[in-house]
Design a binder for this molecule. Sequence first.
Ligand SMILES: Cc1ncc(COP(=O)(O)O)c(C=O)c1O
Length: 380
Amino acid sequence: MKFATRTVHSGYDSNEHNRAVMPPIYQTSCFSHQHIGEELPFSYARVSQPTRDALERCLAALENARFGLAFSSGMAAIDAVLRATLKPGDEVVAVADLYGGAYRLLTQVMTAIGIKVTFADLSAPASLTPLLNEKVRLLWLETPSNPLLGLVDIAALSELAHAAGVRVAVDNTFATPYLQNPITLGADIVVHSATKYLGGHSDVLLGLVAVDDEALQQAIHFIQKSAGAVPGPQDCFLTLRGIKTLHLRMDRHCDNAERVAGWLDGHPAVEKVFFPGLAGHPGHALALRQMRRMGGIVSFYLKDDSFEAASRVAERLRYFALAESLGGVESLINHSYTMSHGAMPPEHKAALGIRKGLLRLSLGVEDADDLLADLEQALA
Ligand SMILES: Cc1ncc(COP(=O)(O)O)c(C=O)c1O
């Protein structure tokens, strides 16, 4: 089945649900047993329930994996993966350039339970090898990264990590399964903030994990049911509905991002544009190999690297809401220094290049001419 057909049909069999065309919202916490000891497909909604099950199966199909698992947020999904794969005394190597919330979880929550984290620039895969030792159990990748759109080579890094017995997890939020499939490239675990493109309409908070290995699925499901950070049926339904148009929306997000990145590149108020589709981007050749298209996010430095200049642009824009998120049908602008990466210490931000004059655009599905006209008046 081709991708566009999978987004519409995967994970759900209407014959099991009174032939309802859309997966019903099972708004129930429990399912009744006819006698003690009866084995039921669903018993208690924290452990599993049918609307969530349809979403989990759907994500697995989109990521070419055997299993999907749904959580109450992207962060809950990341937390479950870390807890399922690491124990006190273990170490994780993570890309330095990653979402601020993931940085906070790794540095403040995981280190507090005895897990050591090493951040590294892995844009050259060979830089991984000297960081591996017998205590490293997990490699954490995010590609393209938030907010600087840095890329790492999933296939090459997975090969090096696996040779040392290290599992590989990839945050695939920015690319989505439409543009990139980490498990097909050799990774073990894929994580999504489905709050972004998979949900796609800025109306749901949800996290997803896909794995191919049954032992991993069981370990992550054990955390899912034990800690209980699961999404409710309404949120699963909204995400399933969003996924049905993922391929259509992503193509428009990508079209708009290409237009906007090209337009910003060389604009007199702009110092530098970050977009893997630009030939000057350091990950451009890798993006052409690893991704089907370049994604819907464009970040840029203003020449005037100040809060005031960034605020002026954000406040003048009419179609881009100044908001923390991304991946919805409406365009958004984010000031990474204070918003998505507010939790990152200033020295880590400085080392990465997350400056006060950095703005991240999430291109929606509006008409590109209107978005360009809006940017033109805001940057004038
Ligand atoms: C790349 C990435 N991963 C994970 C998350 C966390 O997801 P959530 O906000 O759904 O918890 C985000 C949120 O912005 C993100 O951008």
